[in-house]
Ligand binder design. Structure first.
Ligand code: PLP
Length: 427
C-alpha cells in the first residue's frame, strides 16, 4: 500500500506544492495547536495560510455550523437567507464604506474577480493598476494582476495590467529613500504611468502583501495614491484577504493605515472570516456594486452553513477583542523576533505588524535571497514543534508568521524560542 504522500503525488497536479520533505498530515486541532497523523502536537503559527483566525475547533463556530447543518445546508441566493443578510449587515457597517453593498463568494480569488468585474464594467476599461510583488488569487483574471512571477503561470490576460511601485519598502529602486521621499517617488511613478495610459479602471493593492512576504509601504502611501487616483476617476480596490479583521493589530482593515482620504471604493475579503469555512466577498458602495446590467450569482456564495460560521467567528473576534490581542501579543512577539534577528547573520529584516510578521533571510553579509535557508528553517521549526509559512517575491526567502489571533503570551514566547533555535541551526 503506498503512502498518502505517494498517493497525493500520483493524483494531484505537480504545481500543488506541499510543505516539508516529509509532508505533514494534520488530523485535528484545538486553540493554537494542531496534531499530525502520528499524534505529534505542533504550535500553529500559520493557521492554514492565515485562515484559522480565532482558534482551531472554536466551540462557538463548531456549534453554529452543526446547528445550521442540522436545519438546512443549502438553499441558494434565490431565497431569503437570514444568516447571509445578518453577516452582510455587520460587514457593511465594519467596512467603513458608505452605502455599502456586500456580495459573498466562496474564495478570495472569486472576490477579487468580482471586484475586477465591477471596476472594469463601472469604468468601461480593462486596464488595471496593480502593485509589483502582488498576489490576488489563482483564476485567469486574478493571475493577470499578479506581480510575482512564482505565482503567475501565464502572461495571457483578459486585462491590461500596469505595475506600480510601492508595495515593497526595502528592495527596488526607491529602497534607499526615507519614508516621505519613498512615497513621493512612488506617487511620481504613478502620475507618470497615468500620463501614458488610457483610462485605468482601478488600482488593486494588498495593504500588506501576503504571499509577497508581509511587505508594506510606509503608512500613508495609498492615501497619497488616492489623491492622484481621484483626480483621474480611477477606483481603489483594497484586497483585505490577509489583512482584514484586525490581524494587523493597530487597524481592523489594512487600508486604515492609509485612511486619511477615506475608505477604498471596493474592499475584498476571505480567509479568516470563516475560520476555515469557505467565505469570500466584496464590499462596494451601491453605485459601484449596482453597475452591472445583467444577473450574477455565486451558487455557493453566502451558503447558510458558512454564514453561520462567519457570524459566530466574527462575534467571538469582536467580543474577545482579538484585534487588541493581536496588537499586544504581536507587539511582544515582533520585539522578541527583532532581538533574535539582530543576532542571527542570515536574518535580513524582521517586519510586520500585529500577528502578521515576516522574517526575511539573505545570504550573510549580502542582500541575496536565501531560499534554501528559508526551507531549512521551516523544516527545523517543524522538528521543534512549530508550523510557520514561507513567502516573498525574492525566491521565497521570507518566513511568515501568522498565528490565530487568540495567541497567548506563553505561546508567543514558546514559538519565538523554537524559531531562535531553528535559525541557529543555519550555523
Ligand atoms: C491577498 C490575497 N488575495 C487573494 C487571495 C486568494 O484567495 P483564495 O486562495 O481564497 O482564492 C489570497 C490567497 O492567498 C491572498 O493572499
Amino acid at each position: 500500500m503506498s503512502s498518502l504522500h505517494q498517493r497525493h503525488l500520483a493524483v494531484s497536479p505537480d504545481w500543488l506544492a506541499l510543505y516539508y520533505k516529509r509532508p505533514l498530515e494534520i488530523t485535528h486541532g484545538e486553540g493554537r495547536h494542531v496534531w499530525d497523523a502520528d499524534g505529534r502536537r505542533y504550535l500553529d503559527f500559520f493557521g492554514g495560510i492565515l485562515t484559522t483566525m480565532t482558534a482551531h475547533a472554536l466551540p462557538e463556530v463548531t456549534k453554529a455550523v452543526a446547528e445550521q447543518a442540522g436545519r438546512i445546508i443549502h438553499t441558494s441566493t434565490l431565497y431569503l437567507n437570514r444568516p447571509m443578510i445578518e453577516l452582510a449587515e455587520r460587514i457593511a457597517t465594519l467596512s467603513g464604506i458608505p452605502d455599502a453593498r456586500v456580495f459573498f463568494t466562496t474564495s478570495g480569488t472569486e472576490a477579487n474577480d468580482t471586484a475586477l468585474l465591477l471596476a472594469t464594467a463601472y469604468r468601461r476599461s480593462n486596464q488595471i493598476l496593480a502593485m509589483r510583488n502582488s498576489y490576488h488569487g489563482r483564476s485567469f483574471s486574478a493571475v493577470s494582476i499578479t506581480g510575482n512571477n512564482a505565482w503567475s503561470p501565464t502572461s495571457l490576460s483578459p486585462l491590461q495590467t500596469l505595475y506600480v511601485h510601492g508595495g515593497v519598502r526595502t528592495r527596488g529602486p526607491y529602497a534607499h529613500l526615507g519614508d516621505a521621499e519613498f512615497i513621493e517617488a512612488c506617487v511620481a511613478d504613478l502620475e507618470d504611468l497615468l500620463g501614458h495610459t488610457r483610462t485605468p479602471a482601478a488600482l488593486i493593492a494588498e495593504p500588506i502583501q501576503g504571499v509577497g512576504g508581509f511587505t508594506s509601504p510606509p503608512d500613508g502611501l495609498y492615501a497619497a495614491f488616492r489623491r492622484v487616483l481621484d483626480r483621474h476617476g480611477v477606483l481603489w480596490i483594497s484586497d483585505e484577504v490577509q489583512t482584514g479583521w484586525g490581524r494587523s493589530g493597530e487597524h481592523f482593515w489594512g487600508w486604515q493605515a492609509h485612511g486619511e482620504n477615506g475608505p477604498p471604493d471596493i474592499l475584498t475579503f476571505a480567509k479568516g472570516i470563516g475560520n476555515g469555512m469557505s467565505i469570500g466577498g466584496v464590499v462596494a458602495r451601491a453605485e459601484v456594486m449596482n453597475c452591472l446590467d445583467a444577473n450574477s450569482i455565486s451558487t455557493f456564495g453566502g451558503s447558510p452553513v458558512t454564514m453561520a460560521a462567519g457570524l459566530a467567528n466574527l462575534s467571538y473576534l469582536l467580543e474577545h477583542d482579538l484585534q487588541g490581542n493581536a496588537r499586544r501579543v504581536g507587539g511582544l512577539l515582533i520585539e522578541r523576533l527583532r532581538a533574535i534577528g539582530a543576532g542571527a547573520e542570515w536574518v535580513r529584516e524582521v517586519r510586520g505588524r500585529g500577528l502578521m510578521i515576516g522574517i526575511e533571510l539573505a545570504k550573510p553579509g549580502t542582500d541575496e535571497a536565501a531560499p534554501e535557508a528559508a526551507a531549512a528553517v521551516l523544516e527545523a521549526a517543524r522538528e521543534g514543534g512549530l508550523l510557520i509559512g514561507k513567502g516573498g517575491g525574492h525566491n521565497t526567502s521570507v518566513l511568515r508568521i501568522a498565528p490565530p489571533l487568540s495567541l497567548t503570551i506563553p505561546e508567543a514566547e514558546e514559538g519565538a524560542g523554537i524559531l531562535a533555535e531553528a535559525l541557529r541551526s543555519l550555523g
